[in-house]
Ligand binder design. Structure first.
Ligand SMILES: Cc1cc2nc3c(=O)[nH]c(=O)nc-3n(C[C@H](O)[C@H](O)[C@H](O)COP(=O)(O)O)c2cc1C
Ligand SMILES: Nc1ncnc2c1ncn2[C@@H]1O[C@H](COP(=O)(O)OP(=O)(O)OP(=O)(O)O)[C@@H](O)[C@H]1O
Length: 312
């Protein structure tokens, strides 16, 4: 699969495509159904399937810290889209300049001239162009003039509700991990590079791999039984904290993973942490000793969740 980062990296004339546009945060079953539909259209026309995504997501650009928590970072979105069989991802840098592009230019310059779009599938609530001036009716009109087809996605629902990234966020926020997994068709996972922490964990017998969330708050908070992927072996069972570590006066939310029965040097590696079950909320303990006792308990609970025996 081809990842094109930025409009400026597009070939002068892309050889035509079937296209969809959106955030694809969480890559839920609605997104998956849309991609499957697009693949049928691509095959029918002998054209590559392209997905246009934005980084940052438009709401993150406009609302900054007040934007909804990010479910899936770019690297993982691209991975999900590649696994789903998409041919190309165009990741548009959503900045002030792009936001200022009017709806007409978005269609004529980007979709038609640069991408050679032949078939476009978006939700009928899709808005685009400066001031959200472009809508589905606008697209229909423009497509007739420019000679491409436009179709609205059929809505994929669960229990009468439209599956959306917002619904997945709500489920995760309420610790309904099973619901979130059902909506997404895969368990929730966080990923990132392992960085150096204060190395306090090892002094209490629980070394942790610290994963920066790059300043984007995760939609979950607390202590979880997890599985770690992406380090060649595994999945490896672990226990993780997603939080600010109030006991040690931490402030920035971070992901910390302690692998069960295993000491591995993970510094610098990119790991995927599959969130399997919530064990408890994060707490502020009066002493480091109390925290240590509680983490030992968390380990016992995670072991029980995974059906693992304590080591001899
Ligand atoms: C399973 C687990 C549960 C944790 N729970 C809490 C908690 O409830 N409150 C808290 O302040 N810190 C919690 N922590 C974070 C510890 O404070 C942190 O691991 C410790 O300070 C070591 O940090 P360091 O890796 O930067 O040295 C938890 C860590 C783990 C691995
Ligand atoms: N449940 C669904 N069924 C069919 N298509 C969907 C569904 N959810 C999203 N889509 C389509 O997938 C594309 C990408 O959607 P996008 O990720 O931007 O929004 P979303 O999943 O609806 O999340 P949000 O909660 O942020 O609105 C859009 O074209 C959208 O119409």
């Amino acid at each position: 699969m081809k990842l094109i980062r930025g409009i400026h990296n597009l070939q002068a004339h892309y050889p035509g495509c079937v296209l969809t546009i959106g955030n694809f945060d969480g890559f839920h079953r609605g997104h998956q159904a849309l991609i499957a539909q697009l693949q049928t259209e691509g095959r029918r026309r002998g054209l590559p399937v392209m997905v246009m995504i934005f980084e940052p997501q438009p709401q993150e650009h406009f609302a900054g810290a007040a934007a909804p928590a990010r479910l899936t970072r770019l690297r993982d979105k691209v991975k999900y889209l590649a696994e789903a069989g998409v041919d190309a991802v165009l990741c548009v840098t959503f900045n002030q300049r792009f936001a200022a592009m009017d709806a007409k230019s978005f269609v004529s310059q980007l979709l038609v001239d640069k991408l050679g779009v032949k078939f476009l599938c978006v939700g009928d609530d899709f808005r685009f162009g400066a001031g959200r001036q472009g809508d589905f009716a606008f697209l229909q009109q423009a497509s007739q003039a420019a000679g491409f087809e436009v179709m609205s996605t059929s809505t994929y629902t669960e229990g009468g509700k439209r599956i959306s990234s917002t619904l997945v966020r709500e489920a995760l926020n309420n610790d309904h991990l099973v619901v979130a997994e059902m909506l997404m068709g895969h368990p929730y996972r966080l990923s990132g590079r392992v960085e150096h922490g204060q190395a306090l964990g090892r002094t209490i017998g629980f070394p942790t791999a610290n994963v920066s969330l790059k300043g984007r708050p995760a939609p979950i908070n607390g202590v979880y039984a997890v599985e770690v992927l992406g380090i060649g072996v595994g999945p490896l069972a672990g226990v993780a904290n997603v939080g600010t570590r109030p006991t040690v006066a931490g402030s920035v939310q971070r992901l910390e993973v302690h692998l069960l029965d295993m000491t591995l040097d993970l510094y610098g590696q990119h790991i995927e942490v599959v969130i399997r079950a919530k064990l408890r909320n994060e707490q502020r303990f009066a002493s480091f000793d109390e925290l240590k006792r509680q983490i030992a308990n968390d380990v016992v609970n995670a072991r029980e969740f995974f059906g693992l025996q304590a080591p001899l």
